[in-house]
Design a protein around this ligand. Structure first.
Ligand code: BDR
Ligand code: CA
Length: 324
């Protein structure tokens, strides 16, 4: 077990694979605000918005946080098999709700996101962790192109799935696994060490109006961004799910990279439905070991929400002060 000081002196090296996205933006900001981790790069994937838009968002978020040194790589703009499915009703037409960030001066790297993942992992065996907070297309293709990344990646933290929880995109399926279920299937069965953060825990983590008011006490472009982005997200949650506030799925997954104790886990065999019917993209776990298949991931099924929210708010306050 490492102490907090050791973590800061020897930060966890992560690549964030993302479809930015309001809660993706919050996860990227949390990563940049956390000394326990070092962001090696962002790989962008289709999902909440198009690849082009998501790439613009990634660059603009980095600029907002004065972190333009972090390289951004474009990945895939379509799922492996399924037609494209974006989420403008949830994240707005730009993916960032009501926020308007000016276009960054920085450009994305020329290398493809899946090739960057392969190169970084293979040249740093056992050192790189992936935080995958969008559909899993980039990761699945990287595995197919270079299967040895499975043994060489340290671990992959995935935001996706709904194990005992209802779906948020179909009655049975969560967005990231529904959008590219074939990619999720490849990753789930790849043998990579997986830590899954499904809706079962993220739906306990609600950013409230009071939380945003607390952040707004700091006058900063960063707190204004969070307010403008999450106001749209909160309207969506109110209209579609009767939730007061908004669920910030992706930052919880990010937080588990350095504060795993926020959640309780079970080692489980988890699969994703590809049959094409009403349960397409549904994730299900073999709790009673009926299939006799060995566990293929650690699944977060319990969470201490206020510990996480407090961490998120403190880190955002710190970052807001440093960029204002
Ligand atoms: C996931 O889907 C997206 O809308 C969010 O960014 C998150 O990654 C939640 O189902
Ligand atoms: Ca996301």
């Amino acid at each position: 077990m490492t102490s907090p000081l050791q973590e800061i002196m020897n930060p966890k090296r992560i690549i964030i694979d993302t479809d930015p996205g309001i809660d993706d933006a919050c996860a990227i900001l949390l990563a940049l605000a956390s000394p326990e981790i070092q962001v090696e790069g962002l790989t962008v994937v289709h999902g909440n918005c198009s690849l082009e838009q998501g790439t613009r968002n990634a660059l603009a978020i980095l600029e907002l946080a004065k972190s333009e040194h972090v390289p951004v790589y474009k990945g895939f703009d379509l799922p492996l098999v399924q037609p494209s499915l974006l989420a403008p009703e949830t994240h707005g037409n730009t993916g960032l709700g009501y926020a308007t960030l000016s276009e960054s001066q920085t450009k994305p790297q020329a290398q493809h996101g899946s090739d960057f993942l392969i190169e970084k992992i293979m040249s740093n065996p056992g050192e790189i962790s992936i935080v995958a907070i969008g559909p899993l297309t980039n990761i699945a293709v990287a595995i197919r192109k270079e299967p040895r990344i499975v043994e060489n990646v340290k671990e992959i933290f995935i935001m996706g799935g709904a194990i005992r929880h209802e779906g948020n995109t179909t009655p049975l399926a969560e967005f990231n696994t529904y959008v590219d279920p074939h990619a999720a299937h490849i990753v789930f069965h790849s043998g990579m060490p997986i830590i899954l953060t499904p809706l079962d825990v993220t739906y306990d983590c609600i950013l409230t109006h009071q939380d945003v008011e607390r952040l707004l006490r700091i006058d900063s472009p960063l707190t204004k961004f969070i307010e403008d982005a999450t106001r749209f997200y909160m309207e969506f949650h109110d209209e579609y799910q009767k939730i007061d506030g908004c669920i910030i799925n992706d930052p919880l997954t990010l937080a588990l990279t350095f504060m795993p104790e926020i959640c309780d886990y079970q080692e489980l065999y988890v699969d994703v439905d590809l049959s094409g019917g009403v349960s397409m993209g549904n994730t299900f776990a073999d709790f009673y070991r009926l299939t006799k298949k060995p566990a293929n991931m650690k699944v977060a099924l319990g969470v201490r929400p206020r510990d996480f929210m407090e961490l998120f708010l403190e880190r955002m306050e710190k970052l807001a002060k440093s960029v204002s």
